[in-house]
Design a protein around this ligand. Structure first.
Ligand code: ARG
Length: 462
């Protein structure tokens, strides 16, 4: 039995070394299901258009469905030994189901160039949907925490220096918001993959009377691709999905980084569940958020995948070139990695806890984060922005020099440094819950605004 789909034109055989070098089965077996599904519809079409006999078409469909059943039950029906790629593999499996003569007919009006384009497009469509669903799961887990901790107050940082007081639920809604944009981006990115490329027949189309629309419809594609050369040359849809994964991975890395920082001993605003921590082989004391570090680190792999496929395609002549075989490793690694990252992050959010005591102490001991409240109080009293900023700045400087907090300033001291404030006003302005409640602007951190966001997400994520 020949393990190749070609050969008679050659006077010489490939060496084992060459066979191994060109083989891709170790990677592209992940397309097995799609290759079989595409083959089933192709076989049906060949019969329908009388390009092969009805009997042969039915035989092929039956054989392919048997193979699909075996594959879906988790069996690897045959070893990959000496098999070049997934397309060859399906043909070899088919030879066990139907006679070799009938099996050979499946490849009528079809090239592996078309097949690999079809299979990767189908993979992308499924994988993008799975990513979108995982994003929704993560959004729901974050939303639950936002609801549960609706009134927990934390500092927000700019330049990683404490800036203002916010509701933690406001920050969590920010995560949900960015993930929403990632989800839309992902679905938009994959829409380019929704074109059925079979029928390119290597590059120029075919003299045989095939029905591409039938194949597209049966496989659930939105349309047939418009140009046979573009069909087999283009991997734009892979670049698009890898770009979307890259942005999502970058966003996840930033969320992971927040959680890593907030869970350190020094911050201890939150506690990551021990199920998501790992230890050190050397230091018995260590409880590390390695899971989140790997989510953060994965962003570099996602960028690597995008860069790899961009580099692969740059300057490639039209139409198909074997270089493109290397697109799949990057594609699979990127999609599998992001799905795993989303799942882990979801688990971390589901089980995380706020250290409310620690946060209360923090807010009581670090009242410079209410400086904006002080300045805005003055503006409301008719003081110009510049003066309000200067006066508040001086007050903070006074505290820094005296090594005290705003709430420690006495009325006597206040008289000397600032005529606008008195102790009662400062006590109110440095109260965390007063601070967040006083925010008026739409999209801000006030309980009203965050409440609206939560109601919105509750409905949107249903
Ligand atoms: N393994 C190839 C790939 O992944 C499939 C197409 C091979 N076509 C060819 N004419 N050699 O791109």
């Amino acid at each position: 039995m020949s393990k190749k789909l070609y050969g008679t034109v050659f006077a010489k055989k490939n060496t084992k070394e060459v066979e191994d070098f060109v083989a891709s089965i170790d990677i592209d077996y992940k397309l097995l299901k799609y290759d079989i599904l595409g083959s089933i519809v192709h076989a049906k079409m060949l019969g329908k258009k009388k390009i092969i006999s009805k009997k042969d078409s039915q035989g092929l469909v039956k054989g392919l469905k048997n193979i699909l059943k075996k594959v879906e039950s988790g069996k690897t029906p045959m070893t990959f030994d000496g098999v070049e790629d997934v397309h060859t593999y399906v043909n070899l499996l088919l030879e066990k189901e139907v006679s070799g003569k009938v099996a050979d007919k499946l490849h009528t009006a079809r090239s592996r160039n078309d097949q690999v384009a079809l299979d990767t497009r189908m993979y992308c469509l499924d994988a993008a949907e799975e990513v979108a669903l995982k994003i929704i799961d993560l959004q729901k887990a974050i939303l639950k925490q936002a609801e549960k901790n609706i009134s927990v107050i934390i500092p927000v940082y700019t330049h990683l220096q404490p800036a203002q007081a916010i509701l933690a639920s406001h920050l969590f809604c920010a995560y949900i918001e960015m993930l929403q944009k990632d989800k839309v981006r992902m679905m938009h990115a994959v829409s380019s993959a929704d074109e059925m490329p079979l029928g390119a027949c290597a590059a120029r189309g075919t003299t045989l009377n095939i029905d591409r629309s039938f194949v597209a419809k049966e496989l659930g594609f939105l349309k047939v691709s418009s140009n046979s050369i573009e069909s087999v040359s283009s991997r734009d849809y892979i670049l698009e999905i890898l770009s979307a994964v890259n942005i999502l991975a970058v966003n996840l890395s930033r969320i992971a980084e927040d959680l890593i920082i907030y869970s350190t001993y020094e911050f201890s605003f939150i506690e990551i569940d021990e199920a998501y921590l790992t230890g050190s082989s050397m230091m018995p004391n260590k409880r590390n958020a390695d899971t989140l570090e790997l989510v953060r680190g994965f962003a570099s792999k996602a960028l690597g995948a995008l860069t790899q496929v961009s580099g692969l395609l740059k300057g490639l002549p039209h139409a198909y070139n074997r270089d493109m075989q290397f697109d799949k490793e990057a594609l699979f690694a990127s999609l599998e990695g992001i799905i795993a990252s989303l799942q882990i992050t979801e688990g971390v959010f589901k089980s995380l806890k706020f250290n409310k005591k620690k946060l209360e102490i923090y807010l009581a001991e670090n009242d410079f984060i209410f400086a904006t409240d002080l300045a805005e109080y003055l503006i409301k009293k008719g003081v110009s922005y510049r003066e309000a900023h200067d006066v508040t700045g001086k007050l903070i400087r006074f505290c820094l020099d005296k090594k005290i907090m705003i709430k420690d300033i006495t009325n006597i001291q206040l008289k000397k440094i600032c005529k606008y404030f008195n102790k009662a006003v400062l006590d109110k302005l440095t109260d965390a819950s007063h601070s967040v409640k006083a925010v008026k602007s739409e999209g801000g951190t006030s309980p009203v605004s965050v409440g609206k966001q939560i109601v919105h997400w509750r409905k949107a994520l249903k």
